[in-house]
Write a protein that binds this ligand. Structure first.
Ligand code: MTE
Length: 468
């Protein structure tokens, strides 16, 4: 069966037709359960060949995802070298000189907002009023933005720096240059070790995908080759003191679960694909410029996830469909930004309460303790739903009438029509992506490779006949 699932045999299919996104309308029809004697159960989500073929012809559907890049990752499409960015923030002749003390007197819009970056002093008042991430930039107001850019290293790319340079008003006095970074710990100093085969599209935060042929080799993606999508440094969570807080805003009920307590719930295993909304963005960029990390075709992986069903945990708190008026389940990660704001997002409560929705609090990935990069010790798995809602390092669950107000729910991971661009986009006008269609891709031969024709047939290998 795995051969059937992982290999696509298509007769003389023009390669261009292979750049599609499947509609996946029959996604929930092909699942089966395995029940085990110890009360646990395992569900497999299987996709028919039809959904794969739909994927091959659904070329147009991809455009809706073009704008779902993280706003803070704006223009972060390239890994940059220090050389590429060194031209920015360099000393410029003929500009007035300011000390950090001068800069500190401009920490609010009223006094105009100044910041320092390397040798440069910038007045960014006008910039922040137009930029949706303005509140984050304000954290550097009246000082150096370097500590913040060390965290959001994706900003350090030529496009952003060029834009920034337009707001240049002076040079920082040489005795103050670097003063803010000297004692700064690298927030990415405690990242997990990664497999050398993973190809990064950004190193800080770490985002990487495996080579395509390796992805196609395995129906179940090995943990060490599973793509990684992080927005912040990976937290180092001590499982012995780990606690998951669950709050019901409707009733004010609270529950705190340790890892052991989560493990006491019946263990369920789901085979589910996780896919980043930006998967294959590098190809979309060839049709129309798209902002965000330049993913290839492998920001997708298929794993067996095991853990407690969220509906069982919520039922224990008395939260069931007929007992709650809540509409959303919000998740917060333990990874935080410099303002201590966690990564967060939410899903509709129907999905969480549906016993067939298979939303689980996973502590195992492919039979092993979930690796740090993938959410150790607990991540939520939401089958069928875009990767962004599968929150890793889960710290908090909030049952609410409201969607998460996190940046990643409100100003990111949304789809827009192709005519919308960064100048006209209004994030409030579009719903957060939840269910995400499968993207199919030909993994072999690779682009530019040679196609062998045998008896009038061409053998291709592809990805993603399984879907969460
Ligand atoms: N959860 C937290 N806490 N922090 C994150 O940065 N990234 C999300 C999601 N969950 C993220 C997160 C995104 S955008 C994706 S695509 C998936 O995790 C990636 O999961 P993976 O790294 O295990 O492949």
């Amino acid at each position: 069966m795995s051969n059937l699932m992982t290999r696509v045999f298509l007769q003389r299919l023009p390669p261009k037709l292979c750049a599609g996104i499947s509609v996946g309308s029959n996604r929930y029809k092909h699942s089966h359960w395995e029940h085990h004697e110890n009360g646990s159960s395992e569900r497999h989500w299987v996709y028919s060949r039809n959904s794969a073929v739909a994927g091959l012809i659904g070329v147009g559907a991809g455009v809706a995802l073009w704008l779902n890049a993280h706003r803070s990752a704006e223009a972060a499409s390239l890994l940059t070298t220090d050389q590429e960015v060194s031209a920015f923030g360099a000393y410029r002749d003929g500009l007035p000189e300011y000390t950090l003390d001068d800069v500190s007197k401009h920490a609010s819009v009223k006094e105009r907002v100044w910041v320092a970056y390397r040798h440069g002093v910038y007045d960014i008042t006008d910039f922040i009023q137009e930029h949706p991430g303005g509140d984050k930039i304000l954290m550097g107001a009246g000082g150096s933005v370097e500590p913040f850019w060390a965290l959001y290293a994706v900003h350090k790319n030529p496009h952003v720096l060029e834009l920034f340079e337009k707001y240049r008003i002076g040079n920082l006095s040489s005795s103050d240059v670097g003063a803010h970074v000297k004692d700064m710990d690298d927030p990415y100093g405690n990242e997990p070790r990664r497999h050398v085969a993973l190809k990064p599209s950004s190193k800080k935060p770490f985002n990487a995908e495996p080579p395509l042929p390796l992805l196609a080799d395995n129906l179940i993606t090995p943990n060490e080759l599973f793509y990684v999508r992080n927005h912040l440094p990976v937290p180092d969570v001590d499982a012995s003191t780990y606690e998951l807080d669950i709050t019901d805003e409707e009733t004010d009920k609270e529950k705190v679960l340790t890892l052991d307590a989560i493990k006491k719930y019946p263990k369920h295993t789901v085979t589910a694909t996780i896919q980043c909304a930006g998967n294959r963005r590098s190809e979309m960029t060839r049709v129309k410029a798209v902002k965000g990390l330049s993913w290839g075709q492998a920001a997708i992986g298929n794993a067996k996830w095991s853990g407690a069903r969220l509906c069982d945990v919520l039922k224990d708190m008395g939260i069931e469909r007929d007992t709650t008026d809540a509409l959303h389940v919000q998740f917060e990660g333990l990874d935080t930004d410099p303002a201590n704001m966690p990564y967060g997002s939410s899903i509709p409560i129907e999905k969480a309460l549906d016993p067939y929705g298979d939303v689980i609090l996973a502590y195992e990935m492919n039979g092993e303790t979930i690796p740090r990069d993938h959410g150790y010790p607990i991540r939520v798995i939401v089958p069928g739903v875009v990767g962004a809602r599968n929150v890793k390092w889960l710290g908090k669950i909030i049952i609410s009438k409201k969607e998460s107000d996190a940046h990643w729910q409100q100003n990111d991971y949304k789809g827009f029509a192709p005519n919308v661009d960064w100048d006209t986009v209004d994030f409030k006008k579009s719903p957060a992506i939840q269910e995400l269609p499968v993207i199919s891709a030909i993994c072999e031969p690779l682009e530019g490779g040679t196609v062998k024709v045998k008896n009038g047939k061409v053998k291709l290998r592809g990805e993603c006949l399984f879907h969460s």
